[in-house]
Design a protein around this ligand. Structure first.
Ligand SMILES: NC(=O)C1=CN([C@@H]2O[C@H](COP(=O)(O)OP(=O)(O)OC[C@H]3O[C@@H](n4cnc5c(N)ncnc54)[C@H](OP(=O)(O)O)[C@@H]3O)[C@@H](O)[C@H]2O)C=CC1
Ligand SMILES: O=C1CO[C@H](CO)[C@@H](O)[C@@H]1O
Length: 317
């Protein structure tokens, strides 16, 4: 029998499993198997996005496990995200309907605005001008949020939230919207602990979800000559102490501080070991050592957005 994963409560009252499976860069053909392996191990939370171009594969994995009787739809927590080229208010509900059709689901548990930055609508996911700068869309964060609220009213999404939003952008929604975002999904790991943003979100009843918790090693990111997280000597020593892998320590770091964590893997052994983090606790000193590694290193900087008026990472948090 699969292990049961602890949950956090959303402001809607729903429970969200604290550990989920990331699916970005699940390569062709791997996505379905990864979902099946993850559900067998006990994962009940799946993080997807239209931008990842693998919703059909994810949906096939979910359907296979429901058909086998391993899991019921209502036992799963499926998250998906609205891409930036679909922020125009009339595009949001049709986009979610398209996502649901690709996933083969009638509702999503949590639908997120993937980024605060709207892009010009069209077939190009990253529309750029002649200088290589992204072309912004017309609608404001608030316009898009109101259309996200409509997704809940229509029963297409049980909850809505945001991703990559800074404090001020969340404030805009709190002041002018009617729904408090259920979560803010942001990059986090010991090099980018997000302590201030987490404190702020908690004070507003917004759950924080940590993406790229292992430092997103598949990405070709700016590393500022800092050792990749998975090779960090300090973390390796902590891992040795608890007889765990560095990956398990990085995941446990988030879960132990109450942050939802969504490591991606398409490898059966790593899917399993990333889930095997509920049988130990780190000491407060080791948790502080990990927090002390913060050097404000953001891997997913979204460089093409730096001139966008809603680029979120100019603010301190
Ligand atoms: N909202 C947003 O803007 C963003 C959201 N995300 C979400 O967060 C998820 C996780 O972030 P992601 O950027 O994928 O990066 P992660 O930090 O989760 O790292 C994933 C990479 O690490 C490898 N890996 C997995 N487990 C281990 C392990 N135990 N030891 C060593 N290597 C391991 C994986 O390879 P393998 O598959 O071979 O195991 C994969 O290449 C995404 O998949 C996506 O769902 C990510 C980025 C932005
Ligand atoms: O989820 C994501 C995966 O990484 C991308 C960067 O190339 C991001 O745009 C996106 O937010």
């Amino acid at each position: 029998m699969a292990a049961k994963v602890p949950s956090v409560k959303l402001n809607t009252g729903a429970s969200m499993p604290i550990l989920g499976l990331g699916t970005w860069l699940s390569k062709d053909g791997e996505g379905t198997q990864a979902i099946k392996d993850a559900i067998d191990v006990g994962y009940r939370h799946i993080d997807g996005a239209y931008f990842y171009l693998n919703e059909e594969e994810i949906g096939a994995g979910i359907k296979a496990k429901i058909d086998e009787g391993v899991v019921k739809r209502e036992e799963l927590f499926v998250v998906d995200k609205l891409w930036n080229t679909f922020h125009r208010r009339d595009l949001v509900v049709p986009m979610l309907k398209k996502t649901l059709a690709q996933l083969g689901l009638s509702y999503i548990d949590l639908y997120l605005m993937h980024w605060p930055t709207s892009y010009k609508e069209g077939d190009d996911f990253l529309p750029k001008d002649k200088d290589g700068k992204v072309i912004p869309g017309t609608d404001s964060i608030l316009d898009t949020w109101r259309a996200m609220e409509e997704c809940v009213r229509l029963g297409l999404a049980k909850a809505i939230g945001v991703s990559n939003f800074n404090r001020e952008q969340i404030e805009t929604l709190l002041t002018n919207g009617t729904t408090v975002p259920a979560c803010n999904q942001v990059e986090s790991h010991p090099y980018l602990t997000q302590t201030k943003l987490i404190e702020y979100c908690k004070s507003k009843g917004i759950v924080v979800v940590a993406y790229s918790p292992l430092g997103s090693p598949a990405g070709n990111w700016n590393t500022r000559n800092v050792a990749p997280l998975l090779e960090n000597e300090t973390i390796r020593k902590i891992a040795e102490k608890y007889k765990k892998s560095v990956g398990q320590i990085l995941i446990k770091f988030q879960v132990q501080r109450g942050i939802v964590c969504i490591p991606k893997s398409s490898n059966k052994d790593r899917i399993k070991s990333n889930f095997d983090i509920f049988d130990f606790e780190m000491s407060p000193e080791d948790m502080s050592t990990l927090t002390g590694l913060d050097c404000n290193l953001r891997y997913v900087e979204m460089g093409i957005d730096v001139d966008h008026p809603d680029y979120p990472f100019r603010a301190e948090f």
